[in-house]
Design a protein around this ligand. Structure first.
Ligand SMILES: [Zn+2]
Length: 334
């Protein structure tokens, strides 16, 4: 990269239970090079770290640069984490991930400033930066997958909460008492009704004993399968209930929905919009719009890279060297 050029490149890493993704993203949010491999979760944190570094190398090669040409790294990771210290407290679907100082490891190996953030928060930031939320001052994002993640952007800022655990919209209770058990250990969370596992429940029989993919569930819905209808209706009703709660608290008028299930298009968004309209308090001039997220499968890497860009260019600007490199190997994680 030309020294003194205003264009910088950022490395975005997206660690998920099923895939490790890496991407080189420029200042305008364009992906210049990327890689994706299935997560070897059973190998533990060190093996997954090697995968992340290997993916980063592949992505920079695809972009025609070296890792040192990047101005910083953003890492999106599921589960509760300490973003300030770059530590993953615990990662669902990733055995052995307890108290992993992931940001420090990556910073040490790449020599780059590294920031860690919740994956759904990263996705929300990506939507705010160049996606479906770019014209909105405030919005929320639901990511519908195995888990249900959430991100909140308020007045142009990512709302991360007092303990970095904010915007867990999937674990907002939608059932008054004794609801279905959620993977988080609580009962009655939105995720227990609108996550992939909930959609799949009761549908194994016609899917040949295997849990059907969301795409297949919506195909069955079009064919009039009553079990698919029941699952999707329940997911939509609970999601609308969750949305109505968020709207009541925040008075936002844009709700984005991303993740695998969001690919269902009109079959999801039509009924969901109508259900939300029925649940939110009518306020003159307010029209709550439920819209698909725009960044799709690249939301994680674009959002993580964008979050690194935002973090290192604003709050940490005093520590930024003129070349955009890390001032020291440990950067801000000492
Ligand atoms: Zn939960």
């Amino acid at each position: 990269m030309r020294r003194g050029s205003s264009e910088r490149l950022w490395l975005g890493l997206d660690l998920g239970g099923t895939a490790v993704k890496a991407g080189v993203v420029d200042d305008r949010g364009r992906v210049r090079g990327r890689s994706e491999v299935p997560t070897l979760a059973s190998g533990g944190p060190r093996m997954v770290l090697d995968q992340m570094l290997g993916g980063a190398q592949e992505a920079v090669e695809a972009a025609g640069i070296r890792i040192g040409d990047c101005a910083g790294v953003g890492v999106g990771c599921p589960g509760p984490l300490d973003a300030a210290r770059g530590i993953v407290h615990f990662a669902p679907n990733l055995p052995g991930w307890k108290g992993v100082p992931l940001a420090r490891w990556i910073s040490r190996e790449t020599g780059l400033r590294t920031i860690l953030e919740n994956d759904a928060n990263c996705a929300a930031w990506g939507e705010a930066w160049i996606g479906a939320g770019r014209r909105a001052r405030s919005f929320v994002l639901y990511t519908l997958g195995t888990g249900v993640g959430g991100g909140i952007v308020l007045d142009g800022r990512l709302w991360r909460g007092e303990h970095g655990a904010g915007a867990e919209l999937g674990h907002a209770p939608v059932v008054f008492t004794c609801g279905w058990k959620c993977a988080c250990g609580l009962q009655g969370c939105l995720e227990a009704y609108a996550g992939t596992a909930a959609l799949q429940s009761g549908l194994h029989r016609w899917a040949g004993g295997k849990p059907p993919e969301p795409r297949e569930i919506f195909r069955q819905l079009r064919r009039g399968n009553p079990l698919a209808r029941k699952s999707v209706d329940l997911a939509i009703a609970t999601l609308a209930s969750g949305v109505a709660g968020v709207v009541a608290v925040l008075d936002i008028d844009l709700v984005l929905v991303g993740g695998g299930i969001a690919g269902a298009g009109k079959a999801l968004f039509g009924p969901l919009q109508r259900a939300v309209d029925r649940r939110v308090l009518p306020v003159p001039g307010r029209r709550v719009r439920v819209r698909p997220a725009a960044l799709g499968t690249q939301a994680g890497i674009v959002g993580a890279a964008g979050w690194a860009r935002h973090t290192f260019e604003t709050s940490a600007s005093s520590r930024t060297s003129t070349t955009g490199r890390a001032p020291s190997r440990t950067a801000s994680w000492s």
